[in-house]
Write a protein that binds this ligand. Structure first.
Ligand code: BG6
Ligand code: MG
Length: 216
């Protein structure tokens, strides 16, 4: 019986994908490294430093740890500039309805995101105090597909993992949820993930009551 819902942030609650893409693309251009949408899709759900490693796979030179930290910081500065224009209008269709219905059904709700920009993004979209708990990239040592971020969210909700439903748009996130012993609803880019318990195009039009029925 599910008693809590943990939402991934980027790609589930808010549409930041294009900003991530543009910021990584700018860095790739500076470094003279080819960078495609396909490379970008492999960065979905994983930490900033791991995302940088994806980009550097095509680089002809190697970088020291300090240089990599500087490159990640450079990307983040561009990303943060792009996020300046983020507003509640970029909340994805169906996300708030799903969260509201979850609440009405007595379920607890949390965010579980790899992003260290989570507090900033939640502020920009007016949801800082909306969730019962938030666990993000600032809390973890291991990023998805490791379940750490979701386990911290569950702990903050005082809910055992097997009673949590995770909503994810990243393959790494679906794998993290399952590794943590949770149920997974896969949407967007992860919508065909074979390990997901439920798959949907997006949250738009989904009814929480129906999803809970499918899981019980
Ligand atoms: C995830 C995104 O939510 O956060 C990844 O899907 C991103 O693409 C990761 O790399 C880390 O984000 P940030 O904001 O800490 O650079
Ligand atoms: Mg995501």
């Amino acid at each position: 019986m599910i008693s809590a819902v943990i939402f991934d942030l980027d790609g589930v609650i808010v549409s930041t994908d294009e900003y991530h893409f543009r910021a990584w693309q700018e860095l790739a251009k500076d470094l003279g490294v080819p960078f495609s949408r396909e490379d970008n899709s492999r960065q979905r759900g994983v930490s900033r430093m791991e995302s940088l490693e994806v980009l550097l796979e095509k680089s002809e030179r190697s970088y020291t740890r300090d240089e990599k930290l500087a490159l990640a910081e450079k990307k983040n500065m561009v990303y943060r500039e792009l996020l300046a224009q983020l507003s509640p209008e970029e909340i994805l269709p169906g996300a708030m309805e799903f969260a509201e219905e979850s609440r009405k059904m007595g379920l607890k709700i949390a965010v579980g995101s790899s992003s260290r920009n989570t507090p900033f993004i939640l502020k920009k979209i007016g949801l800082t105090d909306y969730f019962d708990a938030v666990a993000d990239g600032n809390d973890i040592q291991r990023s998805k597909p490791d379940p750490q971020v979701f386990l911290i969210a569950a702990e903050r909700l005082h809910t055992p993992p097997e009673k949590c439903l995770v909503i994810e748009d990243a393959d790494a996130g679906v794998e993290a949820a399952k590794a943590g012993g949770m149920s997974a609803l896969a949407v967007g880019a992860a919508k065909e993930h074979p390990n997901a318990d439920i798959r949907a195009e997006s949250l738009d039009g989904l009814r929480v009551a129906e999803i809970m029925g499918l899981l019980s």
